[in-house]
Design a protein around this ligand. Structure first.
Ligand SMILES: *Cc1c(COP(=O)(O)O)cnc(C)c1O
Length: 423
């Protein structure tokens, strides 16, 4: 079978990107990441005062990196190298990777409005001015809207409501009830759709476009989301240093990230490639029934193709990855940066989730667990060839980072349910 046939038959497989290292088509650079990083620092005092759980990091939204040797030993005893978990599952405020991009985009718009209307005198001003009652009244005259399968809505909704916006989240049928409940408790308006994510986005955008005081977060094309995610790469190096993990020619970094529309894994990959170049190797993980980014990359058709065009259902338990059409903006940037992708069946997500819990006492949500499947392809000829082509002669020096994209906010009742799923 060709790779496209494997994809459209819903098979699990590893795809190595033949375009890696080709000429880049991206106008964004490290200075755009630094700019986003600086903006997040400007807002840190405001975030700290709105969200006391960020006090220990002084309003910087960041997650720990931890070694998970027992998981490695338990699940992948034959794979060389060390295994780590980047715990965006524990990011404050939204409990998922979306706390990076989603919150960042809300802040970009907030800063623009505040500067334009004189709430801030300049970017050197004290941003805590934006959480006074007067500022809240001002922001309540503006709306913030987004279409979401769940986690993006949580991040945008909670942050927007905290600032005082009229926050509206358009949710697809995949979205979990507890996320809708949590948003409503936070004062967010949740509009539900029977159809998939695409439909929620279309209606949300229409509603927002009709209202001049409304801002729509466009998950498929947003440069701001992408840059918000990319800031993770400015912060990871010091965490690696602290853990005594070198990254260089002799010590490559392999990073495995679950992919939905592509913004989060794309932004992280872009940032890491800017930082580490050829010493970092990034792979995306997608469900076998909704591998939209891989469909776009494999065919070169990007946002012009959706998984339904290939005869796939688009349905998956991995709600964070239940996206039928990829971001073309991200896909084009990934053409030259991404090392590869792999697809994974839903039932395995729960096995990895249970294995991580029993070996390391860490809970992450099923979508996040898609990352782990990357290591099952280790001994396949395609991966071995990739190592050869990348001149990696000491694979025992590899640091493998699984990017845990969500989980800490999943209610206990759901966790228990997940633990029994596909047993
Ligand atoms: C959103 C999300 C992703 C993927 O992010 P995209 O920007 O949609 O590619 C991965 N995991 C979880 C848990 C998510 O919520």
């Amino acid at each position: 079978m060709t790779q496209l046939e494997l994809l459209s038959h819903g098979q699990e497989f590893l795809w190595i990107n033949p375009g890696l290292g080709s000429e880049r088509s991206c106008s964004l650079t490290q200075s755009d990441i630094d700019d986003a990083d600086a903006r997040l620092r400007r807002f840190a005092p405001l975030i700290e005062s709105c969200f006391p759980e960020t006090a220990s990091s002084r309003g910087i939204i960041e997650s720990p990196l931890r070694g998970i040797p027992d998981m490695m030993h338990h699940c992948f005893p034959d794979v060389p190298g060390n295994l780590y978990l980047k715990m965006d599952s524990d990011l404050p405020i939204a409990g998922s990777v979306k706390a990076r991009g989603g919150i960042y985009e809300v802040l970009v718009h907030t800063e623009e409005l505040a500067l334009e209307h004189g709430l801030l005198s300049g970017i050197g001003d004290d941003y805590r001015k934006l959480c006074t009652p007067e500022a809240r009244t001002f922001f309540s005259g503006y709306s913030m809207q987004v279409g979401s399968t769940g986690n993006l809505g949580m991040s945008i909704g909670i942050m927007s409501a905290a600032i005082g916006y009229n926050a509206i989240v358009h949710m697809s049928s995949d979205a979990k009830q507890w996320k809708k409940d949590k948003l409503r408790q936070n004062g967010v308006t949740v509009i539900e759709y029977d159809g998939d994510y695409g439909e929620a986005v279309i209606h949300g955008r229409q509603l927002s476009d009709a209202d001049p005081t409304s801002y729509f977060v466009d998950d498929e094309n947003s440069k701001e989301l992408f840059l918000g995610y990319s800031v993770s790469a400015n912060r990871l190096p010091s965490q690696l240093d602290q853990a005594g993990i070198p990254v260089d020619e002799e010590h490559p970094l392999f990073v495995y990230i679950p992919c939905g529309v592509g913004g989060a894994p794309g932004g992280i990959t872009f940032g890491l490639k800017e930082r580490y170049g050829d010493h970092v190797h990034c792979f995306f993980a997608e469900p076998t029934q909704s591998p939209c980014m891989l469909a776009g990359l494999l065919t070169g058709r990007h946002q012009e193709i959706c998984v339904q065009d290939l005869g796939l259902s688009g349905k998956t338990h991995a709600d964070g990855l239940a996206v039928g059409r990829p971001s073309g903006f991200v896909g084009k940037i990934m053409e030259s940066l991404l090392s590869g992708e792999y697809t994974v069946e839903d039932r395995r997500l729960y096995d990895y989730m249970r294995a991580l819990y029993s070996s390391e006492h860490v809970f992450i949500e099923p979508s996040s667990c898609a990352a782990f499947h990357g290591l099952t392809f280790w001994n396949e000829p395609a991966m071995q060839q990739y190592l050869k082509d990348s001149r990696i002669t000491h694979p025992e020096n590899i640091s493998h980072i699984m990017w845990a994209t969500g989980g800490s906010m999943v209610p206990e009742k759901m966790r228990i349910e997940f633990m029994d799923t596909y047993l």
